[in-house]
Design a protein around this ligand. Structure first.
Ligand SMILES: NC(=O)c1ccc[n+]([C@@H]2O[C@H](COP(=O)([O-])OP(=O)(O)OC[C@H]3O[C@@H](n4cnc5c(N)ncnc54)[C@H](O)[C@@H]3O)[C@@H](O)[C@H]2O)c1
Length: 270
């Protein structure tokens, strides 16, 4: 019997097999979870690229729901939770693994971010968690759990992360408020996982992966970067009953990089 045998959840944010949400899904599946999934709406019905990519991954693991969802549209989010209710009745978990900022706004400097770019980045990368939590709470069972993905750029300045760092700071604050509200109201936990650099579609907009790998190899206490599977299993842990006493937390899965306050001897030469 797996940790998730008999448990059901919705996963938002698989774009392809490199997505962090897919790494978490694989671990949830190994532990017996039943899941539903969303993809970004396809604009060309003749060539539904997003849907096809997602189906290829999740049909073989028995996906119960596969739906388009633009988190900027309430009607999409409502339709997804209505379908989840039909398919599952109740939910044990929700994975929110979504972020977006327009390329012209994320390239920085932060002070040059446009008003509309700021609103859109915040809406997709932060408000979407608040909105999903509000809409999911009545479906989530007591002891249920919500997980979101964040990055150190929300706590400290990471050159290149720019406006997304501002969004992650707001997201990380939202985790705490939501954990307080949902914990007392319905005994639902809300946590964040702050992942080290993983080579994905979204990450290609903010960093050069090989440079980040080098940085983590030189600076992190473990003297290496993390891998996708480590993020997947820690995500699964936070969603599971093993983490039943953990909420409002931001768990760093970054080989310890976030604890360093000065360059290592390898970097400083001292
Ligand atoms: N890759 C990294 O190094 C890294 C590190 C720390 C945190 N994260 C975070 O992990 C999460 C997942 O990113 P990823 O790296 O797996 O990249 P990804 O590109 O695979 O996933 C991003 C997802 O966001 C979805 N998305 C964007 N706009 C949306 C919208 N309007 N409606 C619905 N979905 C939308 C995309 O469809 C995609 O599935 C993000 O929050 C990201 O900031 C990534």
């Amino acid at each position: 019997m797996g940790l998730f045998t008999g448990k059901k959840g919705m996963v938002f944010g698989i774009a392809n097999d490199k997505s962090i949400a897919w790494a978490i899904t694989q671990k949830l599946h190994e532990e017996g979870a039943e899941m539903g999934f969303t993809h970004l709406p396809d604009h060309d019905p003749e060539r539904p690229k997003m849907e096809r990519r997602l189906r290829k991954l999740v049909e073989p693991i028995g996906a119960k729901v596969i739906m388009p969802c633009d988190v900027a549209k309430d009607e999409d989010v409502d339709a997804v939770f209505a379908a989840a209710k039909d398919a599952f009745g109740e939910l044990d978990f929700v994975v929110h693994s979504i972020a977006y900022a327009p390329i012209d706004d994320i390239k920085g400097p932060v002070y040059a971010c446009s008003r509309d770019g700021f609103k859109l980045s915040m809406e997709i990368s932060c408000y979407s968690l608040i909105n999903l939590a509000g809409k999911a709470k009545d479906l989530l069972v007591e002891g249920g759990s919500i997980l979101t993905l964040t990055y150190l750029g929300g706590e400290r300045v990471i050159p290149g992360y720019n406006i997304m760092g501002v969004c992650k700071a707001a997201l990380e604050s939202s985790i705490k408020y939501l954990a307080s509200e949902l914990g007392s109201e319905c005994k639902v936990r809300v946590n964040g996982l702050s992942a080290g650099p993983v080579k994905t579609l979204a990450a290609s907009a903010v960093s050069d992966h090989s440079q980040m790998d080098e940085l983590y190899s030189a600076m992190a206490p473990l003297r290496r970067n993390i891998n996708r599977e480590e993020v997947g299993k820690a995500g699964m842990f936070l969603l599971s009953d093993l983490a039943s006493g953990i909420t409002g937390e931001n768990l760093h899965v970054d080989a310890g990089f976030h604890v360093m306050g000065a360059p290592t001897p390898e970097v400083s030469g001292r």
